[in-house]
Design a protein around this ligand. Structure first.
Ligand code: GDP
Ligand code: MG
Length: 163
């Protein structure tokens, strides 16, 4: 059985980098489609032996009249409702920020099934962020480096029971 994973988190944590790594060229909906579909990119991911659908909450960064918080809530809630499981991504170099705490609250209220990922964890710089991530109370964080492809086996291991 296949499943849908939504990658959520504030701008610049590396959601799209991870999405691109998981999806490669197997993109279902592309950026240049008008309107609503541009905010949520969907693709067919491959990770280890698993195939699943992945959603990138793009479009948070675009300047509009809507506040960043409003966009974050609206897009994240939509992604959560489409997904079986959410990968809530943090930036390990930045630690847990107030925006991250807001995301955690949105995800808790929505009763989302959450996997916590700490991106940019390559080298030593991300280690403090991984420890900080425990404070969110969303379980054990998985250190990842979307850019360098680290932590992908650990991510696969937590997704395996869902597939
Ligand atoms: P998004 O806004 O959450 O989609 O984030 P992006 O995927 O656009 O990435 C934001 C920035 O973080 C870009 O400059 C990426 O190159 C960088 N980035 C993404 N993943 C990693 C990583 O694993 N390590 C480091 N050091 N930088 C990363
Ligand atoms: Mg992005």
């Amino acid at each position: 059985m296949s499943f849908t994973l939504a990658i959520v988190g504030r701008p610049n944590v590396g959601k799209s980098t991870l999405f691109n790594r998981l999806v490669g060229k197997r993109l279902a909906l592309v950026d240049d489609q008008p309107g609503v579909t541009r905010d949520l990119r969907e693709g067919e991911a491959r990770l280890g032996d698993m195939n699943f659908t992945v959603i990138d909450t793009a479009g948070l960064e675009e300047a509009t009249d809507e506040s960043l918080e409003g966009r974050m809530r609206r897009l994240t809630e939509r992604a959560v409702d489409m997904a079986d499981v959410c990968l809530f991504l943090l930036d390990g170099r930045a630690g847990v920020t107030p925006d991250d705490q807001l995301f955690a609250e949105i995800l808790r209220k929505r009763s989302a099934h959450v996997i916590l990922g700490v991106n940019k964890a390559e080298g030593a710089a991300g280690a403090a962020g991984v420890i900080d991530a425990y404070s969110l109370g969303l379980g054990d964080p998985i250190p990842l480096s979307a850019e360098h492809g680290e932590g992908m086996a650990d991510l696969a291991a937590v997704l395996m029971p869902i597939s």
